[in-house]
Design a protein around this ligand. Structure first.
Ligand code: AMP
Length: 217
């Protein structure tokens, strides 16, 4: 099963991605997570990515494409993969098509999670993450049991620097101008399925499972 998760920042892609990867036993590849891990490890890639991430801008295509392709070459991607946050523009999508074609493979499904725009800013700015185990919370809709403390590992929760309002506004603009055209791109290729992301996490997941059917299981 080879799947892409599309949707604006705050649509719940990360939350659904974890569930899909588990259900279908495929690796979850999040370019945002890869950049953040590099940032924590203080690598040159992390330092470069930070310059763009903090401003809400996209990391250059050549850098991002290379990271994804190296990851897709790994053995665990033979059985399929779930891409979360990639591709982010038409150039990346074309490069992914070229890469997959060269491998003699193809995408099974592009899930496009749709959420009312008004809800996005509140969802993102209220998000808190655990820097230790990666668990995510929302100060209003899914707070931890103890304020600012991770339920799973007890670490102090943080707000991602790019989840602050200035970056969020820019990220939404970048989504509108660069990522949204992918909806038309994949519609034309007949691989796109729209998912109503305004529902609860469990309802969205049920709809996703229906959309993916039993393919690849
Ligand atoms: P995300 O966690 O997917 O919201 O990504 C956080 C940030 O990482 C984005 O705002 C970009 O700066 C960068 N990023 C993630 N994925 C990509 C991508 N496919 N292309 C370029 N930049 C990306």
């Amino acid at each position: 099963m080879r799947v892409i998760l599309l949707g604006p920042p705050g649509a719940g892609k990360g939350t659904q991605a974890v569930k899909i990867a588990k259900e279908f036993d495929i690796p979850h590849i999040s370019t945002g997570d890869i950049f953040r891990q590099n940032l924590r490890d203080n690598t040159d890639l992390g330092k470069l990515a930070k310059e763009y991430m903090d401003k809400g801008l996209l990391v250059p295509d050549e850098v991002t494409n290379k990271i994804v392709e190296d990851r897709l070459e790994k053995d665990d991607c033979q059985k399929g993969f779930l891409l979360d946050g990639y591709p982010r523009n038409v150039t990346q999508a074309e490069e992914l098509d070229r890469f997959l074609q060269q491998k003699g493979t193809y995408l099974d499904c592009v899930l496009n999670i749709e959420v009312e725009e008004d809800a996005l800013i509140e969802r993102i700015t209220g998000r808190r993450v655990c820097p230790n185990c990666g668990a995510t919370y929302h100060i209003k809709t899914s707070p931890p049991a103890v304020d600012n403390v991770c339920d799973k590992c007890g670490a102090q929760l943080i707000q991602r620097s790019d989840d602050k309002l200035e970056s969020v506004v820019k990220r939404l603009e970048v989504y509108e101008s660069q990522t949204k055209p992918l909806i038309e791109y994949y519609t034309k290729k007949n691989t796109l399925v729209n998912i109503d992301g305004n529902k609860s996490v469990e309802e969205v997941f049920e709809d996703i499972k229906k959309a993916l059917g039993d393919r690849g299981k």
